[in-house]
Design a protein around this ligand. Structure first.
Ligand SMILES: [Zn+2]
Length: 184
């Protein structure tokens, strides 16, 4: 038990231990998520370009208030892109009304568009809480190109994936599907 606690104390650096059913399962995560080497995040430029909320959410892992985001209830056809680097992330085809207060998607446009990593911020340094309530460890979703915080993914979504990507509107921009020539 002591060695387990010692190991858990490393959580947040490069190791995280969680409880899976009855047994402890460990998994290594690489610490800082490796992003596109060619993409440099210029924090000063971002402060000027983004709203304070967009900056807080994407760069400081903030969360917009539920039901407050501009894309919470939008279902127009198009693509949702990262507000920082414009990487295409989610299609309107997978957006659904989860009634959780944030835009929810059943899947990512492409697996490589996001990186997932364990988020222990709901537990803090409370190791007993970490052991007794492993469900408090959430899975953070970040943009694979620039590392912007997007939101979290949960396993309570609808089929076929059963996933619920719960994403802040403040992390996204929306590109409407271009009207076909005959529609213009
Ligand atoms: Zn990005």
């Amino acid at each position: 038990m002591l060695s387990l606690l010692r190991n858990i104390q490393k959580a947040g650096t490069n190791r995280l231990y969680s409880i899976n059913r009855k047994k402890f399962v460990s998994y290594i995560h690489s610490g800082a998520v490796k992003m596109d080497k060619d993409f440099k995040v210029d924090k000063e430029e971002l402060r000027k370009r983004l709203t304070p909320l967009q900056y807080h959410v994407t760069q400081e892992k903030g969360t917009e208030r539920p039901y407050s985001g501009c894309y919470n209830k939008t279902y127009n056809e198009g693509v949702y892109v990262c507000v920082v680097c414009e990487q295409h992330l989610f299609s309107s085809d997978t957006k659904y009304d989860s009634q959780c207060g944030w835009p929810a998607f059943n899947d990512v446009l492409d697996e490589g568009k996001v990186k997932l990593r364990p988020d222990t911020s709901g537990v803090g340094s409370n190791l007993l809480l970490l052991i007794s309530q492993p469900g408090r460890i959430r899975t953070e979703v970040v943009c694979s190109k620039c590392g912007a915080h997007l939101g979290h993914v949960f396993g309570d979504g609808p089929p076929p994936t059963r996933k619920r990507f719960c994403i802040n509107s403040a992390s996204l921009n929306f590109l409407p599907k271009e009207a076909k020539a005959e529609d213009r």
